[in-house]
Write a protein that binds this ligand. Structure first.
Ligand code: PLP
Length: 435
């Protein structure tokens, strides 16, 4: 074991962060960036290329956060950058339809069997918010079901956590959300068909939809059983409740058709974000012709956006999607990721470490437990202390993981085999420190 504990200089990042605290709450534009769940100050990144990023102090890192998921092609992909530059030369925004929306829209729809029509928005949160409104408008019902351990952005009705007892109505998990909103959200545990059936029996006539991350990847990686997801689909149909797959993180990640394709399940409405914009802000919601026909101006569910379908973002998304559709793209990325994970897992097995790396496609999550983890309440909060040690060691040794033990890691197509081998070695060294 080689522990190269070279405490790196972070002077510029530290100075910028102390300045930023005067301008922004917590010094950041999104809370988890503040490094509250790990040690140290956030790094200010100034440049990225491929799998590598550089901070303001010129420290270099192999990045497994990848902007929280969008960068499946790595940083500063040549084709995407060129498409952005070419498009932006004609102007940045017109507030009119543009050819680029047709290009990205048709490419997505032609290569996804589960959707007929979509509407572009500018973030994952906006996609989810609009999808829920559509579900309510389409069914004429108000209540929704979400699962503990799934994240759906910061929309009021979904910043809700379980109250006490089974099938109770939610309690808001943020200040500023009226109790009357939280009352419309029912929170259930994942992997529990009994709780779902009971709730449907009591309330199905008032429930517009069930929303789920079919690959829950925002609170650890809580991989669900195929049989559970199949039953969820069957019960929604039987009780006349719409099924919404929130594919903001899984869409275009676990395959071009996302979790719907992976599990071969037809949801009623789907939401996208992250990868769809090729690193620019794009979200979308999508469904059948029938359901999308209820969206304005065709139908009476209102939803709009000044910068929706922004041509520069559309061009970036289109150029990314083109590359994802190349033969073998997902197979190769998955194989590389699985090899990387197997290296680290093999080391942990030899050493007898309490580690089980959960993984699907090019997503991985280091769980400090050998048990199967399918529900949020099965994650041991105390194990986050272990993650802190690992995170800090890796940061000192040129490897960037998302700054929380509840966040998953992403491998991009730009990570080379040599970079992954080195990274696996560093993670193993870091785990030697933890145990
Ligand atoms: C990231 C994410 C969101 C929120 O998307 P933003 O673009 O951050 O608003 C919603 N749902 C899921 C599943 C996500 O991973």
């Amino acid at each position: 074991m080689t522990i190269i504990k070279n405490k790196m200089e972070r002077k510029v990042s530290e100075q910028l962060f102390s300045e930023a605290k005067n301008y922004f709450p917590g010094g950041v534009s999104s809370p988890v960036r503040a490094f509250k769940s790990v040690k140290g100050t956030p790094l200010f990144i100034k440049r990225g290329k491929g799998s590598q990023i550089w901070d303001e102090d010129d420290n270099q890192f192999t990045d497994f956060c990848c902007s929280w998921g969008p960068l499946i092609l790595g940083h500063n992909n040549d084709a995407i950058r060129e498409a952005i530059v070419e498009t932006v030369a004609h102007g940045t925004s017109f507030g009119t339809p543009t050819r680029w929306e047709n290009k990205l829209g048709s490419l997505i729809l032609e290569n996804n069997r589960f959707i007929d029509k979509l509407r572009f928005v500018s973030s994952g949160t906006e996609a989810v918010m609009s999808a829920i409104r559509l579900a309510r408008g389409y069914t004429g019902k108000d209540k929704i079901i979400k699962f503990d351990g799934c994240y759906h952005g910061h929309f009021d009705s979904l910043l809700v956590q379980a109250g006490s007892g089974l099938a109770t109505f939610g309690v808001s998990s943020s200040a500023g959300i009226p109790q009357s909103f939280a009352n419309e959200t029912i929170v259930l545990p994942l992997d529990d068909l009994g709780a779902l059936e009971e709730t449907f029996k009591l309330h199905a006539d008032k429930i517009a939809c069930v929303i789920i991350e079919a690959v829950p990847a925002n609170n650890g990686l809580l991989l669900q059983r195929q049989s559970y997801l199949d039953s969820l689909r069957e019960m929604c149909t039987r009780y006349n409740v719409l099924l919404v797959f929130d594919e903001v993180i899984s869409g275009l990640r676990v395959g071009f058709e996302g979790a719907a394709g992976r599990y071969n399940i037809q949801p009623d409405i789907m939401t996208y974000g992250k990868i769809m914009g090729g690193g620019m802000p794009v979200g979308a919601y999508a469904a059948s012709h029938e359901i999308m026909g209820h969206v304005a101006p065709d139908g009476c569910v209102y939803q709009a956006g000044t910068l929706s379908g922004n041509p520069v973002a559309m061009a970036a998304g289109y150029t990314a999607a083109k590359q994802l559709l190349e033969t073998g793209f997902y197979e190769n990325l998955e194989k590389t990721t699985q090899g990387f994970v197997a290296n680290i897992q093999g080391y942990c097995d030899d050493k007898g470490y309490e580690v089980n790396i959960r993984t699907i496609a090019s997503i991985f999550w280091i769980a400090f437990s050998r048990k199967e983890i399918r529900r949020a309440d099965q994650i041991d909060a105390a194990s986050m202390e272990k993650f802190k040690i690992l995170h800090s060691y890796l940061l000192d040794n040129g490897l960037y993981l998302g700054p929380s033990g509840y966040e998953v890691g992403f491998v991009s197509a730009a990570h080379t085999q040599a970079e992954l081998d080195t990274a696996a070695q560093k993670i193993c060294d870091g785990l030697d420190l933890v145990f």
